[in-house]
Design a binder for this molecule. Structure first.
Ligand code: PBG
Length: 341
C-alpha cells in the first residue's frame, strides 16, 4: 500500500466506530427471546404417531400422546404458548366441516389433556374449517350441496355462526386464546359476543386480521391436509398487490370489534405491512413466519447454501424489528439452542 493510500480522510462521521466488538452488543435494540415465540403444533387422530411433513422436514404431525411430551419440552425451554392445528382423517370431512364442531375432536382432546397434565403454556387454537371440509375451503360454500361454479365462495355469515360454536368448544376444552384464520367479515365481533354470552369473557381473541392469499402457505396445506379441491382462497384472503391501506382497515376493524391481538401473515415478505399495522393499533401485533418461509430456509440450509442458524435468527429479528411483539415460527426447537429465554 502506498503512503498516500494510508492518509486519513477528513471524515468526522464514521458509522463504523460503533461496530467495534465492545460496542455492538450495547447498541442492539431488537431482541428475540424464546418468550416472544408461539409454537405451532399439528395434532392428529390416533396414538404413537409422529409423522414428518414432507414439504416441512423437521416438522411433525403428532397424536395427542406424542404432542404433549413434545410440548412439555418446549415449556421447559421457556416457551409460553402453542398454536394448535387439528388434522382429521379424510373420511371425517364433509361439506360443512362438521368434525370441527365435535367437542371431542383432536384439538379439544389435546387441550383437555394439557389441562389435566398442567402444561404450563397458553393454548391457542386456530379457528377455521379448511382442515375439516371435504372441499378444503374455510367454511360452508355459497353453492350449498350443488356443484361449485365460478362464483362459488365461502358463505360468510353462516361460517361466522359456526366459528362461534367452534370457539365455544375450544374455550370449554381449555383454550386461553382463539385465533380465527378464515378471513370472514364480522368474525371478531361475533366471537366476542358469543364467548361472553357463553361465560368465556376471559378467553382472548387473536385475530388473523391481515392475511394474504399467499403461495407461502403451500407446505402447511400438506401438513394440515387442507388444500382447496377447486379454486383458491382469493375471494376471502387478501391480495398481495393491494396497498397497505387495506391492511390497516382490516386490523382497525378487528380492534374495534374486540380483538385483543392482531396478526399479520405471512411475515418475511410483508415487513412493510407489519410496520404499518404496528403504527396504527394499540394492541400486540403477532407475525406468522409461515410454512413456505420455513420450507425455503430449510431447503437452502439442507443444501448447504445457507447458514441455517444465522439465517433463521436474522429472519426473525427482522420481523421483530418491523414491529411484531410476538412471532409464530416452526423453529422453536432450533431456537432453544440459539437464543435466550
Ligand atoms: C387456515 C390456516 C392456514 C395457515 C394457518 N391457518 C392455511 C391457509 O390459509 O390456507 C397457514 C400457516 C402456514 O402456512 O404456516 N386454517
Amino acid at each position: 500500500m502506498a503512503d498516500s493510500d494510508r492518509a486519513a480522510q477528513d471524515l468526522p462521521i464514521r458509522p463504523r466506530r460503533l461496530r467495534a466488538p465492545a460496542l455492538r452488543p450495547l447498541l442492539q435494540r431488537v431482541s428475540l427471546r424464546r418468550r416472544d415465540v408461539i409454537v405451532p403444533v399439528f395434532v392428529r387422530e390416533g396414538s404413537g404417531i409422529r409423522q414428518e411433513v414432507s414439504s416441512m422436514p423437521g416438522v411433525f404431525q403428532m397424536s395427542v400422546d406424542v404432542a404433549l411430551p413434545w410440548l412439555a419440552q418446549r415449556a421447559e425451554e421457556g416457551y409460553g404458548a402453542y398454536l394448535i392445528f387439528g388434522v382429521v382423517d379424510r373420511a371425517k370431512k364433509d361439506e360443512l366441516g362438521s368434525a370441527a364442531l365435535d367437542p371431542d375432536n383432536v384439538v379439544c382432546r389435546l387441550l383437555k389433556e394439557a389441562a389435566r397434565q398442567k402444561l404450563p403454556m397458553a393454548g391457542i387454537t386456530d379457528l377455521c374449517f379448511c382442515e375439516y371440509t371435504s372441499h378444503g375451503h374455510c367454511g360452508p360454500l355459497t353453492c350449498g350441496d350443488h356443484p361449485p361454479d365460478a362464483l362459488t365462495t365461502v358463505d360468510n355469515d353462516p361460517t361466522v355462526a359456526r366459528l362461534v360454536q367452534q370457539a365455544i368448544n375450544h374455550a370449554r376444552a381449555g383454550a386461553a386464546v382463539v385465533a380465527p384464520s378464515g378471513m370472514m367479515d364480522g368474525t371478531i365481533g361475533a366471537l366476542r359476543k358469543g364467548l361472553d354470552a357463553a361465560g368465556f369473557a376471559d378467553v382472548s381473541l387473536l385475530a388473523y386480521a391481515v392475511k394474504y392469499a399467499s403461495a407461502f402457505y403451500g407446505p402447511f396445506r400438506d401438513a394440515a391436509d387442507s388444500a382447496p379441491s377447486f379454486g383458491d382462497r382469493r375471494s376471502y384472503q387478501m391480495d398481495p398487490a393491494r396497498g397497505v391501506d387495506e391492511a390497516v382497515t382490516e386490523a382497525t376493524l378487528d380492534v374495534e370489534q374486540g380483538a385483543d391481538m392482531v396478526m399479520v401473515k405471512p411475515a418475511g415478505a410483508y415487513l412493510d405491512i407489519i410496520r404499518a399495522v404496528r403504527e396504527q393499533v394499540r394492541v400486540p401485533v403477532v407475525a406468522y413466519q409461515v410454512s413456505g418461509e420455513y420450507a425455503m430456509l430449510e431447503a437452502a440450509s439442507r443444501n448447504g447454501w445457507l447458514d441455517r442458524d444465522r439465517a433463521v435468527v436474522e429472519s426473525l429479528v427482522a420481523i421483530k424489528r418491523a414491529g411484531a411483539d410476538l412471532v409464530i415460527t416452526y423453529y422453536a426447537e432450533l431456537l432453544a439452542k440459539l437464543i435466550e429465554k
